[in-house]
Design a protein around this ligand. Structure first.
Ligand code: ZN
Length: 483
């Protein structure tokens, strides 16, 4: 039995993927590099500027709530959360306090407390000059991010290990992407994780809670929690007391104290007077529920049953819905063309998609939904390979041409006269001439030098420009040389 039990709850923020910001018509463009371009009096917090609610952002949060089995209330509202910070010119953030959009739900066995909608803040950057003195130091503020729609998900303290926290965060990222709610790219700050963590002896009540921030990668989530558990264990074992505080994950691999934790009432929450309450009808909720796509877990089950993928293949396909889609469409086409070939050659589809085609796509910087050829053409190519009508070397070249021009491989084979010839008359003519032209090799073979046969087959293959069926060639040579 471990000496201490770890209790972890997560708070995860995700930037929602909408065209405009949360409370104004400015563009919600996380890629914008020029500072203070997407701004207006509302998101700059000018006095008297009036916010309006972005309905799309509301729908996205509801879709996340439904996907995670949460309860969507018919009434919700926005509140002001007051605090001062230079990236928050209004001195309050519009958030949701006691009536969030979503209550409850669960993911990977972890219960969810709530999901609410709020606005993001601006972004500060500090340029410190180092040794020349404070006069040279500058801080800049960029309000492009100010009032971008932000979803906050809070879990119950059901997590007990760094691995479990990591698994939760990864699955949430997938679901957000499947729903089109957020790109949830942690490196870009589109998904930000905070962990509330405490340790206590088994059976004892919860220990002092420490909040760990700045978890900007999956690795940071795992490593910071691991570090913090070890740090707190050492303190308690040394007879000390863990202090309730906020700590930040530092890239050097440690957590460092940032500030003592504020209590909720410090924020002086009050209902936002400039926005009406959100009234959501059952009909609207029903519509959103009906539009939910197939979610990762359901897809895992279905793909496993339909194609018997290995765990590694499954992870690959689940992480990339466009790949999964192309694979499934190709499989359906191949099944229609020849169900026996489908049974035996399904792994070829994934092979082409994840190696040869992936290579071509990477070098051209393109994606599955922008390919010039359809899944049917890939099925045609796989059928050619499976039936030994083309060699795998030839298939590579054909795939490159399909990628370039979008042409059906059947057309390519015909127009360029490639593909393996099994035409005995044509091949026999070549065999006879090769035998006549290579007396020495023929003599060697007749003396028992088996390697000479391979040499002769090679010569014939050269004359056929690689189109000879090696099996047919071998048989014809053996026949002719034994005469
Ligand atoms: Zn604005």
């Amino acid at each position: 039995m471990p000496k201490f039990v770890t209790t972890i709850g997560l708070e995860i923020h995700a930037e929602l993927k909408t065209k405009t910001k949360m409370f104004c018509d400015c563009l919600n463009d996380p890629e914008e590099r020029r500072p203070n371009v997407n701004v207006c009096p509302v998101c700059l917090g000018h006095p008297g500027a009036l916010p309006t609610i972005n309905g799309n952002a509301v729908k996205k949060v509801i879709s996340v709530g439904l996907a995670l089995g949460g309860k969507i209330g018919n009434m919700s509202k926005f509140d002001r959360k007051s605090y001062f910070y230079p990236d928050l010119p209004k001195s309050y953030q519009i958030s949701q306090y006691d009536e969030p959009l979503v209550l409850g739900g669960s993911l990977k066995g972890i219960r969810l407390t709530r999901i609410h909608l709020e606005e993001d803040t601006g972004r500060l950057s500090h340029q410190l000059s180092g040794t020349t003195g404070r006069d040279q130091d500058h801080s800049y503020v960029d309000f492009n991010r100010s009032s971008m729609p932000l979803m906050e998900l809070v879990t119950e303290p059901d997590i007990s290990s760094p691995e479990q926290a990591l698994e939760f965060a990864k699955e949430l990222q997938l679901i957000l992407r499947y729903l089109g709610a957020s790109d949830a790219d942690m490196e870009k700050g589109q998904m930000r994780v905070e962990a509330n963590l405490s340790i206590a002896e088994p059976g004892a009540k919860l220990g002092t809670k420490v909040e760990v921030k700045n978890l900007n990668s999956f690795r940071a989530v795992r490593d910071a929690i691991k570090y913090e558990v070890e740090r707190q264990t050492k303190i308690i074992e040394g007879g000390g007391k863990v202090v309730q505080e906020t700590r930040g994950w530092d890239e050097r691999g440690v957590t460092v104290s940032q500030r003592l934790k504020e209590q909720a009432h410090d924020y002086r929450y009050m209902p936002e007077p400039d926005l009406p309450p959100l009234v959501i009808s059952d009909e609207e909720i029903g519509e959103i529920r009906a539009s939910l796509p197939e979610l990762p877990d359901a897809k895992r089950k279905r793909l496993t049953e339909s194609y018997g993928l290995s765990e590694k293949q499954l992870d690959l396909v689940i992480a990339e819905p466009k790949l999964a889609d192309f694979m499934e469409k190709t499989a359906a086409e191949l099944k229609e063309l020849d169900s026996a070939v489908f049974e035996s050659s399904f792994p070829l589809i994934l092979n082409y998609l994840t190696s040869d085609l992936r290579g071509l796509m990477n070098s051209a910087g393109t994606d599955f939904d922008k390919l010039k050829f359809s899944p049917k053409y890939l099925a045609n190519l796989i059928l050619l390979v499976a039936k030994s009508s083309v060699t795998s070397r030839q298939a590579k070249d054909i795939l490159a041409k399909m990628f370039e021009t979008g042409t059906d491989p059947l057309e390519i084979v015909k127009s360029e006269n490639i593909g393996m010839s099994s035409d005995v008359a044509e091949i026999e003519g070549v065999v006879v001439s090769v035998i006549a032209e290579n007396e020495a090799a023929v003599a060697d073979y007749k003396k028992g030098k088996v390697a000479s046969l391979q040499f002769l087959i090679g010569k014939a293959m050269g004359k056929l420009k690689g189109r000879g069926n090696p099996e047919v060639l071998r048989k014809l040579f053996v026949d002719h040389l034994s005469k």
